[in-house]
Ligand binder design. Structure first.
Ligand SMILES: Cc1cc2nc3c(=O)[nH]c(=O)nc-3n(C[C@H](O)[C@H](O)[C@H](O)COP(=O)(O)OP(=O)(O)OC[C@H]3O[C@@H](n4cnc5c(N)ncnc54)[C@H](O)[C@@H]3O)c2cc1C
Ligand code: FES
Ligand code: FES
Length: 481
């Protein structure tokens, strides 16, 4: 076991943080860590909850083929141990400092030339998102650029010039000083990985475990059932930042490779619970269209580069987007403890308001999605105030299967935001069984949605609005308006 310290690469050298010696709390965010250093205060705090992107940094990491891949992430919702075995790139690292004066990176140069910066507060975040796009050689079309920058907000609203600057750099991708140093960085990351074992950090205020295998994680889970589980940390870190809830014990499962892969067999697509949502999105674009619809309106690229599918499901939030979709996909949760595995449907997995059926010694390890038969149609709709980076007010995932006479054989109408937990509109479903799909049958059945739900009025909307929108969503989804 590695004791009390993590290692990562910054500025082409290995940085080691010894938490016991330095007194730094392990769950310190990467943002607060870099801003402690007067030399790296370019990274800004706007919201401290993953919404604005002012804190964007880029993480370099080795993929399964040993290639270095770059990911924009929100440093305000990332705990320091997540940096272990990765490269941290902040805005200060972009310009080539060996030149006099500093030679700006191509992404910075384009921002200057296209007047992409006004007050400048958001600029370091935008530049880091552009840098990740540049390194990943993203296609310079407007849709891709808008989607990749959706997690960066500019109060001065200079979006047009920022888009122009992004297009300009992406049309002229060249090698940069990061390309020149890539083999050295890979070697340093390899060196860290070769000596990495489960990390156990004990400080005066917090215990933090970072296991490298599922077996170790399950053993720790059973020894420390009171430890808070962290995967992508995008929820747990917001709780810490906004409500000052500092966990005494944290079990961080984000480094366990066994729960980060996606595979398929003749029966199921199997997604490891630790898989980040951007990887799930890319896979779903090819194989599960309805799931990709959910993820294309889910948070921002920075959040999807961190948040895990398991984190979203274990949150059991009444407005979480993925749970209604799991109902419609008839997906199962594979749950494991040191004693063994059990499999439950996601309808059984959710047992109450923000409550799953997980026991204190268990982890969600996999999501099994049965292959969708060709006569089944699965889709998703989300109502939120903004198109990107917004939690649903109401969401609806649907599944419809027809018999040979074109009558509805099976129907699932799974709602988020209509009750204390994601819930199916079973009354409307019953009314649709055996019917032909037409205006009369759908309008009539949808009118009964008030019998399925008694929603509350809250900050997002009134109960009356929710019922009306739920009815309209059913009509819209079934008649594909
Ligand atoms: C800016 C922003 C935008 C967002 N937008 C959306 C959105 O559009 N739609 C939406 O649905 N949600 C949204 N979210 C919430 C989102 O659900 C979560 O942020 C994310 O999916 C949680 O994943 P994580 O890996 O970061 O979870 P963490 O914060 O690491 O953990 C979340 C919870 O799950 C538990 N947990 C995690 N993994 C496991 C496991 N394998 N086994 C057992 N327990 C586990 C943890 O103990 C914790 O209670 C947004 C959040 C932010 C900050
Ligand atoms: S400070 Fe706003 S996303 Fe991090
Ligand atoms: S330039 Fe002022 S916030 Fe973007």
């Amino acid at each position: 076991m590695n004791k009390n310290s993590i290692e990562f690469v910054q500025n082409n050298r290995i940085v080691r943080i010894d938490f016991a010696e330095s007194g730094i709390r392990p769950s310190t965010t990467v943002l607060n860590y870099v801003r402690q250093n007067p030399e790296t205060r370019g990274t800004k705090e706007g919201c401290a909850e993953g919404d604005c992107g002012a804190c964007t940094v880029v993480i370099g990491e080795l993929d399964s083929n040993g290639n270095l891949v770059y990911k924009a992430v929100d440093s305000c919702v990332m705990f320091l141990p997540s940096l272990h075995g990765r490269q941290l790139i902040t805005v200060e690292d972009l310009a080539q400092k060996s030149h006099n004066p500093d030679k700006l990176h191509p992404v910075q140069k384009s921002m200057v030339e296209e007047h992409g910066s006004q007050c400048g507060f958001c600029t370091p975040g935008f530049v880091m998102s552009q840098f990740a796009m540049f390194k990943n050689e993203v296609t310079p079309d407007r849709k891709t650029i808008v989607e990749s920058l959706a997690g960066n907000l500019c109060r001065c609203t200079g979006y047009e010039s920022i888009f122009r600057a992004t297009e300009k750099t992406l049309l002229n991708i060249t090698s940069d000083h990061f390309s020149e140093n890539e083999s050295d960085v890979k070697a340093l990351l390899g060196e860290i990985h070769s000596r990495t074992k489960t990390i156990e950090i004990t400080t005066k205020t917090q215990q933090y475990w970072l296991p490298m295998s599922l077996k170790e994680a399950l053993t720790l889970r059973s020894k420390h059932p009171d430890a808070v589980i962290v995967s992508g940390s995008t929820d747990i870190a917001v709780r810490q930042n906004k409500m000052f809830v500092y966990a005494d014990k944290i079990l961080d499962i984000s480094k366990i490779k066994e729960i980060k892969s996606i595979s398929s067999n003749h029966e199921f697509i199997v997604i490891g619970a630790g898989t980040i949502l951007e990887d799930v999105k890319k896979y779903a674009e090819m194989h599960i269209k309805a799931l990709s619809e959910v993820l294309s309106h889910f948070a921002s690229l920075q959040i999807r580069n961190m948040a895990s599918i398991g984190g979203n499901l274990c949150n059991a939030s009444p407005v979480g987007d993925l749970i209604p979709m799991m109902f419609a996909l008839k997906a199962n949760a594979v749950i494991q403890s040191i004693e063994g595995k059990r499999v439950v449907s996601f309808e059984e997995f959710i047992v109450g308001y923000r409550k799953s059926c997980l026991q204190s010694n268990e982890l969600l390890v996999e999501i099994q999605i049965p292959n969708i038969p060709s006569n089944a149609n699965v889709s998703f709709r989300k109502i939120s105030t903004r198109e990107h980076v917004d939690i649903s007010t109401i969401s609806l995932a649907t599944r419809i299967e027809y018999d040979s006479n074109n009558r509805i054989k099976e129907i699932i109408l799974a709602f988020g935001g209509m009750a204390a937990e994601p819930k199916r509109a079973t009354k409307v479903e019953q009314l649709m069984i055996g019917k032909l799909m037409n205006n009369t049958s759908v309008e009539e059945a949808a009118g009964h949605v008030f019998e399925d739900f008694t929603p509350i009025s809250d900050a997002r909307s009134t109960a009356e609005y929710r019922i009306n929108v739920a009815k309209n969503l059913i009509v819209n989804a079934l008649l594909k308006k």
